[in-house]
Design a protein around this ligand. Structure first.
Ligand SMILES: *Cc1c(COP(=O)(O)O)cnc(C)c1O
Length: 488
């Protein structure tokens, strides 16, 4: 009887194994899959510059349905190409000059592949000492760039938003901002601060904080002349100033706030000093720009975004925080089922510095490109982008456009000074033609109520030829706009 049962059991297991084995392709099957994906990737990259940077339109949702029936990879790749890659903004393209462009270094994709195949557990040192050592090494490298002490902690996050969230949580816990203290506590903030700061405040229960919006100078940087007075006035009114946030490269105009001056005021008034350098931070590696970043080392917490500033593919941000205990207050946790993981504190566990426990091994996608390429081509790329911005602005001026003030980095704006038609109306129409054309992609913004076209140059693939193409396209669209208003 027992033998019969066992035989039955074995037969069932073997039958299931026949099917489940499909999830673990053989060498031959893997080679075929690899070959198809490699070909797709090569085709994509080789033809990238022939595609427009922006295509309007929706995917065919039916083609994307999951119907539980297996399909051939070739068929799936065809759908991926037509419904995903061929629609919307193309972040990998050098002709994406809107928002903060993505780019994406190829060697980081290889790192993602390796990280997924080996599937290292990068949440805790105990589980993968090497993976965690790599993550911590990338953080140590950033600490040394930004003048943070060795004993600062940090984390590789999914992006700048979560990095900011972790920093603000630490500031909250350090200053014990809770309960009845919340509505009395003051955060000093630029109107140009990224909206993820406001989101983070809501998430961490600080929605009812007093937010004191700071005044800006004519270059959209925080005007510090009245900041001390403001703080003193708030204290006199029984309020509790506890944090000031500066931006090193605003999203709108790329402006770097006066980091040193704000740092000094923060120290004098015992405020937590947070700097959001998601877009601009890594430009500090450029010798001629170092001066603008003076004071970044004064921050209690700093955010940079390697998926912007280091040209990596989407999915990696970083936060550095000086006060370890402040971070641990919310994120360090022990549970019975993790008792094996308590090791001598050789290395910080990423899971003690982040809401995440299990996570993608992000460190590899930053570490591997830095190892393969060295630092030099990164710095050359930063310098190249700065010069391309200057080249673009000069070209625009040549063809009759007005440009915004000399930018700190690689974000700037321009508009056409139409004499006969209201300028905002004219430039909105111009952007419609630019988006319809789509060859090169731009976003727009408002500067002091004025509608302007915004350029952001930060893709590894943006070259001089890209700017020349952009100028050609803009000229074409300018003619169309003039025709539309019958002012040719
Ligand atoms: C992009 C950006 C963010 C948000 O980062 P994500 O990586 O998109 O989450 C925050 N602050 C600044 C200044 C940014 O440019």
């Amino acid at each position: 009887m027992f033998i019969l049962l066992m035989n039955n059991l074995i037969n069932q297991i073997e039958a299931l194994q026949q099917i489940s084995q499909q999830l673990n392709p053989s060498f031959k099957e893997r080679e075929k899959l690899n070959q198809q994906v490699r070909e797709f990737a090569n085709n994509f990259i080789e033809n990238l510059e022939n595609y427009p940077a922006y295509v309007e339109g929706n995917p065919d949702f039916n083609k994307l349905t999951i119907n539980s029936i297996k399909k051939d990879l070739a068929e799936i790749l065809a759908i991926y190409n037509s419904e995903v890659v061929s629609k919307g903004i193309k972040p990998a393209s050098g002709k994406h000059l809107g928002y903060v462009p993505g780019g994406g270094i190829y060697t980081a994709a290889l790192a993602d592949f390796l990280a997924s195949v080996t599937n290292e557990y990068a949440g805790m040192y105990y589980a993968s000492p090497g993976a965690v050592a790599i993550e911590n090494e990338t953080l140590n490298w950033m600490k040394s760039i930004f003048g943070f002490p060795k004993d600062a902690v940090g984390n590789l996050t999914s992006g700048g938003s979560i990095a900011n969230l972790i920093a603000l949580t630490a500031a909250r816990d350090k200053h014990k901002i809770k309960n009845e203290k919340i509505p009395k506590s003051v955060l000093y903030l630029s109107p140009q601060a990224h909206h993820c700061i406001h989101k983070a405040l809501r998430i961490i229960g600080l929605e009812d904080l007093k937010i004191s919006i700071l005044e800006l100078d004519e270059l959209s940087k925080i005007d510090t002349s009245k900041l001390t007075d403001k703080i003193e006035e708030d204290i006199a009114n029984g309020l509790n100033p506890f944090m000031v946030i500066a931006t090193a490269g605003t999203t709108d105009t790329g402006a770097i706030d006066p980091l040193s001056a704000i740092g000094k005021i923060a120290k004098e008034n015992n405020l937590w000093y947070h700097i959001d350098g998601a877009y601009g931070g890594f430009f500090m590696l450029v010798e001629s720009k170092k001066q603008l970043f003076k004071g970044i080392e004064l921050a209690d917490s700093l955010v940079v975004d390697p998926h912007k500033g280091l040209f990596l593919p989407y999915g990696i941000g970083a936060v550095l925080i000086k006060d370890k205990e402040a971070v641990f207050h919310s994120h360090h946790y022990t549970a019975d089922y993790m008792q094996d993981a308590i090791s001598a504190d050789l290395q910080i566990n990423p899971s003690d510095v982040s809401p995440e426990l299990t996570k993608h091994f992000r460190g590899l996608r930053m570490w591997l490109p830095l190892q393969i390429h060295g630092l030099k081509p990164f710095i050359a790329s930063f310098e190249e982008k700065i010069l391309l911005t200057e080249y673009f602005r000069n070209k625009l001026t040549e063809i009759g456009f007005k440009v915004g003030p000399q930018p700190d980095l690689t974000i700037s704006y321009f508009w056409y000074p139409s004499a006969k038609i209201d300028e905002n109306t004219f430039n909105k129409k111009l952007v419609e033609f630019i988006h319809e054309n789509g060859d090169v992609f731009f976003s727009t913004t408002k500067i002091n109520g004025k509608f302007v076209i915004r350029m952001a140059i930060l893709s590894i693939r943006t070259k001089k030829a890209t700017i020349d193409t952009a100028i050609e396209m803009i000229q074409k669209c300018l003619t169309q706009t003039k025709e539309a208003f019958s002012i040719l």
